[in-house]
Write a protein that binds this ligand. Sequence first.
Ligand code: COI
Length: 359
Amino acid sequence: MSHYLISPDVMPTLADFSLPEELGFGEIKVPIMYRADYANSEWQPAQLTPYGNIEIDPAAKVLHYAQEVFEGLKAYRVGSQRANFFRPLENLKRMNRSAERMCMIEIPESIWMDGISLMTAYSEPFIPNESGNSLYLRPFLIGTKSNLGMGISDSFTFMVIASPSTIYHAGHMKIQIEREACRAARGGTGAAKTGGNYAAALQSAQQVQHRGYDQSLWLDPVEMKYIEELSGMNFFILQNGELHTPILNGSFLAGITRDSIITLAKHKGIAVIERDIPIQEVLNGIETGAVSEIFACGTAAIVSPVSLIADADGSTYRVANVDQLAADLRQSLLAIQEGREADPFSWTSSVQETFYPNV
Ligand code: COI
């Protein structure tokens, strides 16, 4: 039995909403939001309301000590009236791993499914139906206890907002190796999807973007030798016909798209090797031709080809093949995500009827 209330203002608010021509990524928000508060040792009844500012105590833990975790997942409605999810319980598992790392409350599956399902069902008319576009769902959890002491919150707010979006970082990416800064420390919070990891990446992103590049390529924080990830995307190389990706080590995110690409590539008969990948080996491999293609992947970006790697000393390495295997994997993954082709891995699921408004 679910415990949520639908505000009477939700339907009139949705009736006044329309999608603009240009979506972008994360720009447009559907005008509703889901909220569940945890207080007095229990979850309070959740609510679906019009989208709007939230009140927060200025001494809330999240504002001072960054007690926050978030997720990103998509609902698709391509060539179909009805929306579907892609591996939504994997996002819940990761959210709860992140929450545990940040000493936050675990989100029960019922609250998670209520939140993403209500947001998707009520937003369904505004889910773009062109291939590649989707409803990007952004669940997040914040610690709200009002206390300036360094400590753990005992009250939390879980919310889901949603953005009809196009692909993040569509097109070829030029990336620069970050040789000075680190995104996350060994033993730190790098594998948790918490805002601080992304804040830590902003300065480097700003610097490389000033030089005309799209993203920083992060190296391991111990030896500054092995590849970790791009900010918000996992990294793959095609080396001598095999797909190689950095092995999970606790300091970068275990991407659900990363996991899906590994499964899909193996299904296509491509060998996939998870290992520590020295950056120097990749640069040499680009020069000798052993590394023929590079791409990154993430929920928002799907699969994004890399055309060039720049080093901090100004040298550049142009990748021989751009968007060949990447395009093939992107198309196969999207076809499953969008319900256009068979789903041999049972990754997609539809939104349950009970969540739809009865109009
Ligand atoms: C996602 O792919 O969902 C992410 O969290 C990336 C984000 C930086 C846009």
